[in-house]
Ligand binder design. Structure first.
Ligand code: NDP
Length: 485
C-alpha cells in the first residue's frame, strides 16, 4: 500500500527564474544604418529596472546620424525596395516572423530584463503578437490592389517611426511590418530606456537578408526623435507615446506635407454592470490595469462599478490583489514586474500622492517590494471624484481609480468625460446593452466581457487626445500608402 503524503501547509511559490544565459549582451552598441553598425560619438547606459544593473552602452544618435539613416533609407527605397514585387517583399516579412518565433525565448528574456515586464507576458503576449504582426502584414504585401481596389496604392517613401518603452518589440512590429509590406523604408527610434530588443532585431534583419537600408535603427533620447521628425527627407512619421510629445510633433509637422499618425495616451473606462459574471469581471479588471504594471496606453485605469454591486466587486478585487505576485520580472511566477524607469516611478508616486491629498481612499495589498530597482505595489483608489487628478490624468502605472454609476446613460456620460478616447470595457450579460454602450463610447476600441485583447487583424487607435490614424488590420496599411485618385 502506498503511504499517503502529508498535506503541505505552505503553498508559497518557490522561485522559478528564467535563465538569462540565452541572451548575449554586447558591452556597447552602435547605430544600425544601411545594414552596417556605425560607431557612435556619444553613448549612455541602459539599465535593468529590476535592480538598476547596467546592461550596455547605447548610442546617442546625433542630427548627422539621423541624416545618415534617412539617406540610407532613401537610397534603399529608390534602389529596389519600392519597386520589388509585393510577393518578394512578403518573403522577407515571413522570414522575419519565423525568425522571431525561433528566437522568441531570447527576445522575451531580453525584453523583461531591459523593460521590467514579467517574463510570462513577454513570452506569451509580446513575442507571439510581434511575430503575428509580421505574418499578418506579409500576407497583405502582394494584395494591396485588392485591399484598395481602383485606387492604385503606392508606398509613401521613408517612414520615421518613434516608439515608447512599454512594448518595445511589439511596437516595433506594429510600425515596421505594415511599412515594409507597403514598400516603404524605415528609420526607427526605440525609447531611450528600452533599446535592446530593437538592437537585437537588427540581427534578425541580417538573418533574413533584408536589403541594406530598408530598416535602420537609431537609438537616443528625445533629441534624436525630434531630429527624425524634423528631417526633410522623411515622408511620414508614425509616433506612439505621450500626448504632450504627440502634440509637439503635430505642431512641427504642420504645413510640411508629411503624413502623420499618432497613438497617444488614454484613461480607459472599464464599466461593470450588476448583471455581469462578477469573478470574470474581476479577472478582466486585474488584467486591464495590472498587466505590464499598468504601462499600457489602453489600460482600464478607471473602473466604473454599478452602485448595486460596488461592495462585493471591490471586496473581490481587493482579495484578488492579495494573490498577485510582485517581483523579479524574470521569475516565471511573477504577475507584476518592475516599473520601467526612475522617472516613471516618480510620476506614479506623485499622482498617487495627489490622490491621497484630494481625499481618495487607498488600498495596497501586503507585499514585500525588492530593495533595489523601481517598484510600485498594485494600488486601488476608492472614494474617487471625477475631478481628482487620478481620475483625469494618465498615471501609466499599476493604479486603479474606482468610481460608480447607476444607469447606463450615467455610465456613458462619466466614461466619456475625459480628453482621451483610446479604449473602453463593458461587462454585462446582455448583448443588446453591449451594443448600446459600444455605439455611445468615444473610444477607438470597446472590449466586451474581456479587456486588453489584441490581434493583428483588428485596427487600434484613438479619438480626441488619444491620437489619430489606425494601426493593425487593413486600416493599418493606409497610413503607409498614397493613392492615385
Ligand atoms: P514620450 O512621449 O516622451 O516618449 C515616446 C517616444 O518619443 C520615445 O522614443 C521618446 O524618446 C520620443 N521623444 C521624446 N521627445 C521627443 C520629441 N520632442 N520629438 C520626437 N520624439 C520624442 O513618453 P515618456 O517616455 O516620456 O513617457 C511619459 C508619459 O507618456 C508616460 O508617463 C505615459 O503617461 C505616456 N506614455 C504613453 C505611451 C503610449 O503608449 N501611449 C507610451 C509611453 C508613454 P525617449 O524615450 O528618449 O524620451
Amino acid at each position: 500500500m502506498t503511504e499517503l503524503q502529508p498535506i503541505p501547509d505552505d503553498w508559497t511559490y518557490a522561485p522559478a527564474p528564467e535563465g538569462r544565459d540565452i541572451v548575449t549582451l554586447q558591452p556597447r552598441y552602435g547605430l544600425y544604418v544601411g545594414g552596417q553598425w556605425l560607431e557612435p560619438s556619444e553613448t549612455y547606459t541602459t539599465l535593468a529596472p529590476r535592480d538598476e544593473e547596467p546592461l550596455a552602452e547605447i548610442a546617442q544618435a546625433t542630427e548627422e546620424d539621423v541624416d545618415r539613416a534617412v539617406t540610407a533609407a532613401r537610397d534603399a527605397f529608390a534602389n529596389g525596395w519600392s519597386s520589388l514585387p509585393g510577393s518578394e517583399r512578403a518573403k522577407y516579412l515571413f522570414r522575419i516572423a519565423r525568425i522571431l518565433q525561433e528566437r522568441a525565448r531570447e527576445f522575451a528574456v531580453l525584453e523583461s530584463l531591459n523593460g521590467g515586464k514579467p517574463i510570462k507576458e513577454s513570452r506569451d503576449v509580446d513575442l507571439p503578437l510581434a511575430a503575428a504582426h509580421f505574418f499578418y502584414y506579409a500576407g497583405w504585401a502582394d494584395k494591396l490592389e485588392y485591399a484598395f481596389p481602383n485606387r492604385r496604392p503606392k508606398p509613401v517613401g521613408v517612414a520615421g517611426q518613434i516608439i515608447p518603452w512599454n512594448f518595445p518589440l511589439l511596437m516595433l512590429a506594429w510600425k515596421i511590418a505594415p511599412a515594409l509590406a507597403c514598400g516603404n523604408t524605415v528609420v526607427l527610434k526605440p525609447a531611450e530606456t528600452t533599446p535592446l530588443t530593437a538592437l537585437l532585431f537588427c540581427d534578425v534583419l541580417r538573418q533574413a537578408e533584408l536589403p541594406p537600408g530598408v530598416v535602420n535603427i537609431i537609438t537616443g533620447d528625445g533629441r534624436t526623435g525630434a531630429a527624425l521628425v524634423d528631417h526633410a527627407g522623411v515622408d511620414k512619421i508614425a509616433f506612439t507615446g505621450s500626448t504632450d510629445v504627440g502634440k509637439l510633433i503635430q505642431r512641427r509637422l504642420a504645413g510640411t506635407g508629411k503624413k502623420l499618425t499618432l497613438e497617444l495616451g488614454g484613461k480607459a473606462a472599464n464599466i461593470v454592470f450588476d448583471d455581469c459574471a462578477l469573478d470574470q469581471a474581476v479577472e478582466g479588471i486585474v488584467n486591464g490595469i495590472y498587466f505590464n504594471q499598468g504601462h499600457v496606453c489602453c489600460a482600464g485605469s478607471r473602473l466604473f462599478a454599478q452602485e448595486s454591486i460596488y461592495e462585493p466587486l471591490v471586496d473581490k478585487l481587493k482579495h484578488r490583489l492579495t494573490t498577485l505576485r510582485v517581483g523579479d520580472p524574470l521569475d516565471k511566477n511573477t504577475d507584476v514586474g518592475a516599473i520601467n524607469s526612475r522617472m516613471q516611478l516618480e510620476k506614479i508616486e506623485e499622482l498617487v500622492a495627489s490622490g491621497r491629498e484630494e481625499g481618495a481612499e487607498i488600498y495596497q495589498p501586503p507585499c514585500r517590494l525588492p530593495e533595489k530597482g523601481y517598484w510600485f505595489a498594485p494600488t486601488v483608489f476608492t472614494n474617487v471624484a471625477q475631478s481628482y487628478r487620478i481620475a483625469q490624468e494618465e498615471i501609466f502605472g499599476p493604479v486603479l481609480s474606482v468610481l460608480t454609476f447607476r444607469t447606463p446613460e450615467e455610465a456613458v456620460e462619466k466614461a466619456n468625460n475625459t480628453p482621451y478616447g483610446l479604449s473602453a470595457g463593458v461587462w454585462t450579460e446582455k448583448g443588446s446593452r453591449i451594443l448600446w454602450m459600444a455605439q455611445r463610447m468615444r473610444a477607438g476600441v470597446v472590449w466586451a466581457n474581456t479587456f486588453n485583447r489584441f490581434d493583428p487583424t483588428s485596427p487600434f487607435g484613438g479619438y480626441k487626445e488619444s491620437g489619430f490614424g489606425r494601426e493593425g488590420g487593413l486600416h493599418g496599411l493606409e497610413p503607409y500608402l498614397t493613392f492615385d485618385e
